[in-house]
Structure formats: structure tokens, C-alpha cells
Design a protein around this ligand. Structure first.
Ligand code: ADP
Length: 370
């Protein structure tokens, strides 16, 4: 049996930087992972090469792989990248392109080709499920025309404060640090905003927020694949995008456009989630009624050769809990619907880890300027 990249990454998760309390995979230190039939090679990109951990890291990684029963020869190169994990997210719209500082390890956009497919619902519950898995998570609701996420997280009336450095402190709910355009913009005035105003406001708010250290910053994009979405995508260096679709043909056609948009700007697509995949009556949970067709998103993922991240059924509780501000990913964590979001979160993490380990350390997501 050959060894898979996932097995190697799982083994490396036992190597923890004691200064940061996080493992080398979570910190995105493993790059250019290549698992062949005859050897394993990768680079460790250290953030601070001066620590004791840095000098031990290579040996610890070799040991971890051996301890996992993997016997292939291992070739590790050590490099360093001077990013302090205490830095805040830097957004710089200058000619050199946007820069993402070191405090935020991964930035994930949640997108859909079409409105009403449950993109915000998935973004919120994904963020909450990631937090429940123990990750440090931020969430940005970029929809200024109809921001719904503060309601979904039960913080509709909250207002973020500003710290001594005049940075915005996100509002925290269910372990997620939230920044919503809804906190900052008067909804009635926002409707007359034009695209460039929206994107410059988002750019500014992202860069002027004190996120601290985050494993994942989830961006809920407005629905569609137009100019606003493209500009937001180009504002931060994204680790990747999660596309939400329903099984309907019309939604799948738009999801395909969404995938194409990200691929055009070289943002990796982490996978597709099928929302409203089927309906199970509360009194017969073993039955699955595929109201909008069966398996469409999985087939699309196969065709486009991108991961299928999971399916979320139509469940009345999702809707009710969204309205009540008590997301099911936290409040019904041990029930099937909460578990579906937990599984989605774990699949997203896996996809991000593989994507990170696959990339050349010097390779940045290419940003096109318009
Ligand atoms: P979008 O962000 O794509 O416009 P929303 O997340 O706002 O969509 O969801 C639209 C509506 O559908 C909301 O009322 C939400 O509660 C409901 N909804 C979304 N996903 C589900 C689901 N899987 N089961 C039941 N209701 C859902």
C-alpha cells in the first residue's frame, strides 16, 4: 500500500510548536509536500528560525513520520519566512497587490453562483463548526445590501468597539469573531452604494480590524460571480474558495460559473457543498427525499475534478435556528444536522491542508488588477 499525503500530514500534526501551542500543519509550515513511491519530500517554512523549536523541528517531523509507521525515506528542507504570528491582517491595495499578514493563517471565501442557495447559512455554520473543532475562527459578512449573519449569530444589535490603536474589535459569538458590514453601514443608506464604494469599504474594514491569531478567516461573499465578488476575491490572498450549490440544474450551472471565476484568478477551489441536498421528515429520519434531484453537486465536483465537501439536508431546524440566532452547528452539534456541518468543517480543513502542502512556498495566489 502506498502512502498518501493525508497520512503524512496526519502524522505531522503531532509536531506542536510549544510557543504557539499549535501543530505544524495547522500553522501552515509544511509546503511542497511530495509523496512518491520511493520517498517523501517537503519543506518546513519556519516563521521564526531563532526559537529552540525551529532547530528541533526537522528532527521532530522525521520522528513523527517514523512513529506513524511510515518507512519511506524522508527528505526535508528547512526555510524561513519572517512573519510574526502576532501581526494583524494587512490589506494593501497598492500596485504590489494585497498582502495578507501572518496573524491569519488561512482565508476562505464562501461563494455561490446564485442567491438563495443557503450560502450565508453554510458560511455561518461552517465557521461555528470550525470553532467547535477547536480552531480560531473569524467570519466576515461582506453583504452590505442584506447582511444576515449578525442575526444568524444572535448579535444583530451588537456594535464592534475600537481598541487603543483605533482598530475594530470584532464581535464574538459562538467562538467566532464576526465583522459584518451590517454593523458598520446603515442598511437604508447602503442600498444606493455602488460597487467600488462597497469594495473599498470592505478593503478598509478588513485591514483595520484587529483579528489576532486566526486559523481560518471565512469570508461570506455576496451571491453571484460579478464585479463585486471578483474585487473582494482580489482584495485578500485567499487560501481557497468553497462553492455552495443546491442540486438543481440552474444552481449547478451557476456554481460552474463560480468555479470558473476562481480558477480564472488562480484561487484554488477547495470544493463544492451541496445544500438542501434532500429532505428527511422528522418522524422518519431514515428516509431521504431528493426534492431537487440527486447527486448533482457531487457529479459536478467529479467532472471539474474538485473535492466534494459534503451534503446538508433541508431541515426546518436550520431555518428556525438561523432566525433565532442559535446556529445548529453549535446548538445541535450532536444531532445529525450538527454532525453534517462538523463533517463539512473537517473536509474543508483537509482540503485546505492538502492545498497548503501542495503549494510552492514562494507561489502566491495570482491577483489580477482591474
Ligand atoms: P443565501 O446566502 O444563499 O442567499 P441564505 O443562507 O440566506 O441564502 O438562506 C436562505 C434561506 O434558506 C434562509 O431562510 C435559510 O434559513 C434557509 N436555509 C438555508 N439552508 C437551509 C437548509 N439546508 N434547510 C432549511 N433551510 C435552509
Amino acid at each position: 500500500m502506498g502512502v498518501s499525503p493525508t497520512q503524512v500530514l496526519e502524522a505531522l500534526k503531532s509536531v506542536v510548536d510549544p510557543n504557539l501551542g499549535k501543530d505544524v500543519v495547522r500553522l501552515n509550515l509544511i509546503r511542497r509536500l511530495n509523496v512518491g513511491d520511493e520517498r517523501i519530500s517537503f519543506e518546513i517554512v519556519l516563521r521564526d528560525p531563532t526559537t529552540d523549536f525551529a532547530s528541533e523541528c526537522k528532527r521532530l517531523c522525521e520522528e513523527a513520520i517514523r512513529d506513524a509507521g511510515i518507512t519511506l525515506p524522508v527528505n526535508i528542507e528547512v526555510d524561513s519566512e519572517m512573519i510574526s504570528l502576532g501581526d494583524d491582517l494587512q490589506v494593501d491595495g497598492g500596485a504590489a497587490g494585497p498582502v495578507l499578514g501572518g496573524g491569519v493563517v488561512n482565508t476562505i471565501a464562501v461563494a455561490s453562483g446564485k442567491g438563495g442557495v443557503g450560502k450565508s447559512t453554510v458560511a455561518v455554520n461552517l465557521a461555528v463548526a470550525l470553532a467547535a473543532e477547536g480552531y480560531d475562527v473569524g467570519l466576515v459578512d461582506t453583504d452590505i445590501y442584506g447582511p444576515s449573519i449578525p442575526t444568524m449569530l444572535g448579535v444583530r444589535d451588537a456594535r464592534p468597539r475600537v481598541d487603543d490603536d483605533r482598530k475594530i474589535i470584532p464581535v464574538e459569538s459562538y467562538g467566532v469573531k464576526l465583522l459584518s458590514m451590517g454593523f458598520l453601514v446603515d442598511e437604508n443608506k447602503a442600498v444606493i452604494w455602488r460597487g467600488p464604494m462597497v469594495t473599498s469599504a470592505i478593503r478598509q474594514f478588513l485591514g483595520e480590524t484587529s483579528w489576532g491569531d486566526l486559523d481560518f478567516l471565512v469570508l461570506d461573499l455576496p451571491p453571484g460571480t460579478g464585479d463585486i465578488q471578483l474585487t473582494i476575491v482580489q482584495t485578500v490572498s485567499l487560501s481557497g474558495a468553497v462553492i455552495v450549490s443546491t442540486p438543481q440544474e440552474v444552481a449547478l450551472a451557476d456554481a460552474r460559473k463560480g468555479v470558473a471565476m476562481f480558477q480564472q484568478v488562480n484561487v484554488p477551489v477547495l470544493g463544492i457543498v451541496e445544500n438542501m441536498a434532500y429532505f428527511s421528515p422528522p418522524d422518519a429520519p431514515e428516509k431521504k427525499y431528493h426534492l431537487f434531484g440527486e447527486g448533482g453537486a457531487r457529479r459536478l465536483a467529479d467532472q471539474l475534478e474538485i473535492p466534494f465537501l459534503g451534503e446538508i439536508p433541508i431541515v426546518q431546524q436550520i431555518c428556525e435556528h438561523c432566525d433565532a440566532g442559535t446556529p445548529v452547528a453549535a446548538t445541535l452539534r450532536d444531532e445529525p444536522i450538527g454532525e453534517a456541518f462538523g463533517l463539512l468543517a473537517r473536509n474543508v480543513v483537509k482540503s485546505v491542508e492538502l492545498r497548503n502542502a501542495d503549494l510552492d512556498p514562494t507561489q502566491k495566489v495570482e491577483i489580477l488588477h482591474r
